[in-house]
Design a protein around this ligand. Structure first.
Ligand code: DX5
Ligand code: ZN
Length: 221
């Protein structure tokens, strides 16, 4: 099983304290910064954007984990100035040419993931395994922080791990995103997840980010 990595959801961060938060993340060795890009069409919300990605790259060396919840991602990937080593996830439900999107990301040297929303069956991935570095399993409906986890999300992660193992595939990332609380993180780790998007119910809950990260690390050992 891959090492458990943290990717705090930056739409949940207090942006008035952004630099302080990023310093804490660097000190705690946080591996990625999860940036939710929403266009108000694919999901009924508009959040962070291209300029925010540029700002983060100026402020920190922590690589971005860009979650694209947008229509026509094919035409917009080039706007993000994607860097080698970043994670970029594209919803399989949003793209006409998902393989083209994944190839674009991989050709840059970034990690290409496809996102699967709660109502989307894993069978959509059957012909994509050769094009991806991983899968982001949405455990809430994409669009808003602070939601409750959809109960069958744990089984979905377990099922994906089993499908991969059946094909002899062991190196794919499984990222989980949506109400990854301390309790849910433990269950998701047990189910086979390895990148955890921490939002309002873990990394950013209460007022001590460092304690929350230490608590997650202990749970995800
Ligand atoms: C929801 C976003 C998540 C969200 C996580 O569409 O993809 O990253 O911000 O926030 P919590 O952990 O509060 O669900
Ligand atoms: Zn997200």
């Amino acid at each position: 099983m891959n090492k458990a990595l943290l990717s705090p959801s930056m739409m949940c961060a207090d942006l008035t304290r952004l630099e302080h938060i990023l310093l804490q993340f660097e000190k705690e060795g946080v591996e990625y910064l999860h940036v939710d890009i929403m266009d108000g069409e694919f999901v009924p919300n508009i959040t962070l954007g291209v300029d925010f990605c540029r700002l983060l790259r100026r402020l920190t060396v922590i690589p971005l984990d860009i979650h694209l919840m947008i229509v026509n991602p094919e035409n917009k990937l080039k706007w993000f100035d994607i860097r080698p080593g970043e994670l970029v996830s594209v919803h399989c439900e949003s793209a006409v040419d998902i393989r083209g999107c994944l190839k674009y990301v991989r050709d840059i040297g970034a990690n290409a993931l496809t996102d699967v929303s709660p109502d989307t069956p894993l069978s959509v991935l059957d012909d994509l395994y050769g094009y991806i570095d991983g899968v982001l399993i949405m455990s809430v409906n994409p669009g808003f922080a602070g939601q409750r986890i959809i109960p069958n999300s744990f089984d979905k992660v377990r099922d994906l791990r089993a499908r991969l193992a059946k094909r002899g595939i062991t190196d794919k990332i499984i990222e989980v995103d949506g109400n990854i609380s301390f309790e849910n993180a433990a269950k998701m780790r047990d189910a086979g997840a390895d990148i955890f998007v921490g939002g309002t119910s873990s990394v950013f809950c209460g007022d001590c980010i460092a304690d929350n990260i230490a608590r997650l690390r202990k749970i995800l050992k």
